[in-house]
Design a protein around this ligand. Structure first.
Ligand code: SF4
Length: 104
């Protein structure tokens, strides 16, 4: 299944918010939580998580919050990146289910 880059959704919660709010080191727990709070209310959370999951898994997207999940820096072990990617897969499934319930 092909997923759309969330940047193309005008209704995304991060639209108009500087990228600095989402890129940080893993030591900045407060900033990570603030970014996650923005994501949790995002109407395209499921699509964002699904689109970014492979990018996080192979280290193309690092040191930021996407889809409500912190993507660790490239320097971490591959296993840690894969854990973040697995979290994104769960978010994608759960968020999609919530959207489908809301549409019913
Ligand atoms: S889930 Fe977060 S990073 Fe993804 S589009 Fe929404 S607000 Fe932006």
């Amino acid at each position: 299944m092909t997923h759309i880059d969330p940047v193309f959704f005008a209704e995304r919660s991060c639209n108009g918010i500087g990228q600095d709010a989402f890129f940080m080191s893993g030591q900045q727990e407060t900033r990570i939580r603030k970014a996650q709070q923005i994501c949790v209310a995002c109407p395209v959370l499921a699509e964002c998580a699904a689109f970014n999951r492979p990018l996080v898994a192979d280290g193309r997207l690092t040191g930021c919050v996407v889809g409500g999940v912190y993507a660790p820096p490239r320097a971490v072990r591959k296993r840690v990146r894969e854990d973040a990617a697995a979290q994104l897969a769960i978010v994608a499934r759960l968020a999609r289910r919530d959207v489908e319930k809301g549409a019913a």
